[in-house]
Design a protein around this ligand. Structure first.
Ligand SMILES: [Zn+2]
Length: 238
């Protein structure tokens, strides 16, 4: 089971998605997040491998709002964030919003981190494809844009990951960890800009979604925090 060895050595704190969501529920329950009046928003990459996570969130918290673009960077813009926040139900005049942001990475049957053997394919392909493309561009330089070709999600991913560090890492694992921090920062930038805490309690959970060959995904936690009506961010230990 080389993929399990790779999982435990690269992500010793990772737990299955189900366990992760159970821990999240245990953490936010004492903060007043009950299923019937809490609202979830999820940012995962567009890759089909990521879609089991929103399904699990839906089972626990009802259908989530979709925030994500390539690399799990929220791609909905200010208008989309306003729409998401306007859907949060009220409980005694206050909402409860749980936000998940999870860049992803695959581990293939040989234990190689950063690729997945997909259904009915003979060779593994990169996961995350967008992060792998970013890594290639960092190594080999960025291709000039073809006029008229819109690649704005990939460009934004590059810009926002780049803003996290003066020296970007040269391997996909470290770059993905940096992306999870970038996604977390981006969530709070948007939530702060819209002063969401004035109307709702907010919990943001970011990490890395890890795909294994046997279809059970794992989550490696990177950042977890809560903001209540005082507008102060408090770290949560998951
Ligand atoms: Zn991806």
């Amino acid at each position: 089971m080389r993929h399990l060895e790779a999982l435990h050595s690269a992500f010793p704190e990772a737990v299955s998605s189900e366990q992760y969501l159970a821990r999240v529920a245990r953490l936010v329950s004492p903060l007043g997040f009950a299923r019937e009046h809490s609202f979830a928003a999820v940012s995962v990459c567009r890759d089909e491998l990521t879609q089991s996570f929103p399904d699990l969130v839906a089972r626990r918290w009802d259908q989530p709002f979709s925030l994500g673009g390539l690399g799990a960077l929220p791609s909905l813009g200010r208008t989309g964030w306003r729409a998401a926040l306007s859907h949060v139900p009220l409980d005694d005049d206050r909402g409860h919003l749980i936000v998940f942001g999870l860049p992803h990475i695959g581990i293939d049957p040989e234990g190689n981190i950063g690729q997945s053997l997909r259904r009915h394919q003979l060779e593994p392909t990169p996961t995350c494809g967008a992060m792998a493309a970013l890594l290639t561009s960092l190594r080999n330089g960025f291709e000039p844009l073809t006029p008229g070709l819109d690649d704005n999600e990939a460009e934004r991913l590059q810009r926002i990951v780049d803003s996290q560090s003066d020296q970007l890492p040269d391997n996909l694992l470290e770059l993905t960890k940096l992306a999870a921090s970038a996604v977390n920062a981006e969530m709070w930038v948007e939530l702060d800009a819209l002063a969401a805490y004035k109307e709702m309690d907010i919990a943001v959970f970011c990490g890395i979604q890890i795909h294994l060959p046997d279809e059970v995904d794992f989550i490696y936690p990177v950042a977890s925090a809560f903001m209540g009506s005082d507008g102060i961010t408090k770290e949560l230990v998951i």
